[in-house]
Write a protein that binds this ligand. Sequence first.
Ligand SMILES: NC(=O)c1ccc[n+]([C@@H]2O[C@H](COP(=O)([O-])OP(=O)(O)OC[C@H]3O[C@@H](n4cnc5c(N)ncnc54)[C@H](O)[C@@H]3O)[C@@H](O)[C@H]2O)c1
Length: 267
Amino acid sequence: MKKIGLVGCGAIGEGVALFIDRNLSKYAYLTTLADKRKTAANSLNKKLLKKAKIKAINNLMKEVDLVIETASQAAAGQIMKQNLKYKKDIIILSVGAIIKDLQILKKFQEKNINLYIPSGAITGVDGLSALAKGNIKKLTITTSKPPAGLTGTAYLKSKKINIDKIKKPTIIFSGNVAEATKYFPKNINVAATLLLASKYDKVKVMIKLNPKIKKNIHKIEAIADEAKIKIEVENASSKINPKTSALTILSTQTLLEKIFSSLKIGS
Ligand SMILES: NC(=O)c1ccc[n+]([C@@H]2O[C@H](COP(=O)([O-])OP(=O)(O)OC[C@H]3O[C@@H](n4cnc5c(N)ncnc54)[C@H](O)[C@@H]3O)[C@@H](O)[C@H]2O)c1
């Protein structure tokens, strides 16, 4: 039985925790939860059939086999650094944290640490990682968001963009993945996932504010010698957090299922 620790008991954390508790109980159990809001950890724990302990991140990492981060870039950064000591398998959702510290991947490789990244709010990550072995010439992601998906973003404040005044679809950001991750730490993990899957460091990211839509839409276009790939994903929100897509929760559950199952489909 694998012992799992979960850091972050919000929308994704809850979806993942309940899945482990109800569907993976033959192979693994959640031993420990961590959240900077103790009330979030307590309320999730009440929903679990098999109760977990609630601990700080450091103590959680010591005692589990697999750590799942579903919290924030700050938490992901802390877990990855501490994992150089603890050497646990980890699943990271706040993928932007990896872009900020790409050197850590080499250190994980040297220490035989498994780092898993779910496909999250996008699809086609299998094909894009296959193209990493080919010759990619262009890779772009255009993410369209309704105003509610961007409220409170520091970038909009710093650029003095008033989203209430935007009445038609408008590109509010265009840049590379490192910039997108810095300016939109909670909104554009998918761009970081694309870069890591494709190993193509010139991924172009555009964020479009569209007052006419209610859902996030990701359009990905890859041009390579071996294939042209076009992907469009229209995401429904999770019930708990309107900024998080339901697909992210399902894809994380699927990754976990793959880790514990003998049938491993796709890359
Ligand atoms: N990879 C993807 O495709 C993808 C998609 C959506 C969201 N995300 C990312 O996943 C993470 C979780 O998303 P969510 O929708 O569940 O968020 P959420 O706000 O619903 O929940 C996050 C929880 O983590 C806790 N938390 C935040 N920082 C923490 C810290 N430093 N230490 C301990 N606990 C902390 C919060 O208190 C909260 O309970 C976010 O970083 C989000 O940007 C990734």
